[in-house]
Design a protein around this ligand. Structure first.
Ligand SMILES: [Zn+2]
Ligand SMILES: [Zn+2]
Length: 352
């Protein structure tokens, strides 16, 4: 095992470089993994930009990255008891929860009541060192066996696929439902697939970026160009004036959250995974009188294993998300491409 490795180190907001750092050592119930592919997430871009001061990350310098796959290079004490061996191919996720609080024992570890408390909870790439590096250390609760039929690039997209399945689950999508997706980034497009997995009859994608709309169309979804007129009227016209049974809100923009609620049929349900940075005005009168439901959806909780067969069998189309590839050394260019909406970037894979 080498003593040092390459890592993307963010030293202050918007200041980062790829440099040599010590290879981390796995503790009890942790593994050291050789990272083979890591995907850039919208959260990475915000975090590097300094949009969550003092929270994500809690301090600088910091190594981001939380959507990754690779192979186990070393085991910490106890990791073998869970069946892990050096050389095993794994896909990682970020929430390493306490496992003991009430939410954890109910299986909702994404809502761990010990979030961020030292020694109890870590979220890799957010409040603990991440995977934008040659090696990463993660706890056994956050790694999942990657089937031979999936590549490391596929494996780096299991975490966002699990988040998409979680939002479709939170939306209670039922067989025959008409589902509207607001925002056609990777989570939005994969949420369309997740809605189909749950039996949706129709998936309508609302987006204003032409390149993203084209991708939604290529994937077989119905489309509404949000810049071509009133998107709420468009969705109502497409649904006999009634609206959609379920909205999966993946944009995180206040105006779009309002649209998502207005697009619902009476008794409809909106699950929101986009995180607005400012408040949103909710039309409470209609929410009450039409018995609309609005629920949040955070990361995933149990969907890493459940989504894997759907990815293997082509129902969750993670490969269609990958638009660009870069070496870790070229992270500056990779991030600029990710942030440039005219680049057509959906998912960018970085190879450490
Ligand atoms: Zn992510
Ligand atoms: Zn907990």
């Amino acid at each position: 095992m080498p003593e040092t490795m390459q890592a993307l180190v963010v030293t202050e907001p918007n200041v980062f470089e790829v440099r040599e750092v010590p290879v981390p050592v796995p503790g009890p119930n942790e593994v050291l993994a050789r990272v083979r592919a890591v995907s850039i997430c919208g959260t990475d871009a915000h975090l590097i930009h300094g949009d969550y001061p003092g929270f994500w990350p809690p301090a600088f310098p910091f190594i981001p990255g939380h959507e990754w796959a690779g192979e186990i290079a070393a085991l910490g004490p106890g990791a073998d008891l869970y069946g892990w061996k050096v050389g095993d191919r794994v896909s990682g996720t970020s929430h390493d929860a306490c496992g003991v609080c009430q939410k954890c024992v109910e299986g909702r570890y994404n809502l761990c009541e010990n979030y961020g408390k030292p020694g109890l909870h870590r979220q890799y790439g957010h409040n603990a060192q991440g995977a934008d590096a040659t090696y990463v250390v993660q706890g056994v609760k956050t790694i999942f066996p990657l089937p031979d039929s999936l590549t490391f690039e596929d494996g780096a997209l299991i975490d966002p696929a699990s988040i998409a399945l979680h939002v479709a689950n939170r939306g209670n999508v039922a067989p025959g439902d008409t589902v509207v997706i607001t925002g056609a980034g990777a989570i939005g497009l994969l949420s369309g697939d997740a809605a189909l997995v749950r039996g949706a009859a129709r998936v309508i994608v609302v987006e204003r970026n032409a390149l993203r709309l084209a991708r939604a169309r290529e994937m077989g979804f119905e489309e509404v160009d949000a810049d071509a007129g009133d998107p709420v009227k468009a969705v109502r016209a497409m649904t006999g004036g009634l609206g959609a049974d379920v909205a999966l809100e993946c944009a995180g923009v206040p105006e779009v959250v309002e649209w998502a609620l207005e697009m619902l049929r009476r008794g409809g349900r909106c699950a929101a995974v986009g995180i607005p940075t400012v408040g949103v005005e909710i039309a409470m009168q209609r929410l009450v009188l039409d018995e609309l439901e609005l629920v949040g959806s955070r990361a995933s909780a149990g969907e890493m294993r459940r989504v894997m067969p759907h990815v293997e069998q082509g129902r969750m189309r993670v490969r269609e998300m990958v638009t660009h590839r870069f070496a870790l050394a070229d992270y500056t260019e990779a991030l600029a491409t990710f942030n440039d909406r005219s680049s057509g970037a959906i998912k960018i894979i970085v190879a450490p």
